[in-house]
Design a protein around this ligand. Structure first.
Ligand SMILES: *Cc1c(COP(=O)(O)O)cnc(C)c1O
Length: 369
């Protein structure tokens, strides 16, 4: 079946092979007589799905043994509360504001942390640049520093995570990697905790991934709900309450799909990274040479996953979207707070999808001249 190319920012496209496998197992998973949604989360069938998913993710992302992998619920936005509830203790929380998502994190942290400090902000640039880590104002003895490593709405990505120790801080780095998890490797030596909703690059909405260094567990504020206390979740293998079993299953199929990916000599996440670099380069290069389209993000901060762009003649927006849909190019409308267009190029988007988009953009530009 030939499906259209889906550029949604999230919930986003899932590899067709994953959907096909899930469909074929829907009524009877591996001869168990049950679909995955109908299984006890404590039964041996689901436990085998869970353990495989966790092991595959640990391998793919090279998660060190002193980090716990937690499968939670509530999405990225709930983690904006759950992180300060678990990690803030009585000290100051630092936040780097680089777009809409870190702005939300800042606001939510203020509800739970005794003090929240903006260590750096890119707001003056209209969120088109990344503040240089050397200029960040880090609080002494901060309980952690939060940043969003890929700003889904503004299309800004940290191409390298900051090394807080080199900046003179012992604070653990917390990253919201919702929209670029599994698109490239993670340097865990620089990270204390990473969280992300699954619906961008891992699977269906309803599952939240948390990867947390063990020494950060066990310091939750008294008001922290037990189901959101990382130590309780970790001690119960993410089964203090019923975990999002369907989401874990689909994410697990996606991890297996990722492990099968090859790009020349590369496999897994390294293969995805090479492919993602090529996809993003193709689209940015096309936009940059065009007089008709524009992307305003400074080149060293541009996201590989989410590429917002504008038609210089915004009166053509509706025609652009309608024509795209006719060509089988779906969900290109930009976020309402930014306007214009946005192409999200997650792992499930093949290079051929970006080639089709560029061909359409070229054709539309000529037609509009
Ligand atoms: C989508 C997104 C979120 C929000 O996730 P929810 O699951 O809707 O709570 C948070 N952070 C980033 C960077 C995102 O892209």
């Amino acid at each position: 079946m030939n499906r259209p190319y889906n550029f949604s920012a999230g919930p986003a496209a899932i590899p067709a092979e994953v959907l096909q496998q899930a469909a074929s197992e829907m009524l009877d998973w591996h001869g168990s007589g049950m679909g995955v949604m109908e299984m006890s989360h404590r039964g041996k069938e689901f436990l085998s799905i869970y353990e495989q998913a966790e092991a595959d993710l640990r391998e793919l992302l090279a998660v060190p043994q002193n980090f716990k992998i937690l499968f939670m619920q509530g999405g990225g936005l709930a983690e904006n509360a759950i992180v300060p509830l678990n990690l803030s203790r009585a000290a100051t929380v630092d936040v780097v504001v680089t777009g809409s998502w870190s702005q939300k994190s800042l606001k939510e942290a203020r509800k739970y942390a005794s003090e929240v400090h903006v260590a750096a902000s890119a707001e003056d640039s209209g969120f088109t640049t990344l503040p240089d880590p050397a200029s960040w104002q880090l609080s002494r003895g901060a309980s952690y520093l939060h940043l969003c490593s890929n700003e889904t709405i503004h299309g800004i990505e940290f191409h390298e995570l900051p090394d807080l120790r080199a900046l003179g801080s012992d604070a653990p780095l917390v990253i919201d990697f919702s929209s670029h998890v599994a698109s490239r490797p993670v340097d865990w030596s620089r990270v204390g905790l990473a969280f992300g909703g699954a619906q961008k690059n891992l699977g269906p909405a309803g599952l939240t991934l948390v990867v947390v260094r063990e020494d950060l567990l066990g310091h939750a504020l008294p008001a922290c709900p037990s189901a959101f206390d990382y130590k309780v979740v970790a001690d119960n293998q993410s089964m203090f309450n019923t975990p999002p079993t369907w989401g874990i299953y689909i994410a697990g199929l996606t991890f297996q799909w990722l492990k099968r990916q090859r790009e020349g000599e590369l496999s897994g996440i390294a293969a995805m990274e090479a492919r993602n670099v090529a996809k993003a380069r193709l689209l940015y290069n096309f936009i940059d040479q065009s007089q008709f389209y524009v992307n305003k993000v400074s080149p060293n901060a541009r996201s590989r996953m989410n590429i917002p762009f504008f038609l210089r003649d915004e009166s053509r927006n509706d025609a652009f979207l309608a024509g795209a849909k006719e060509c089988g190019l779906l969900q290109l409308k930009g976020h309402k707070s930014v306007g214009g267009m946005r192409a999200s190029l997650y792992n499930a988007m093949p290079l051929a999808g970006v080639e089709a988009l560029v061909a359409y953009m070229q054709e539309f530009e000529q037609r509009s001249a």
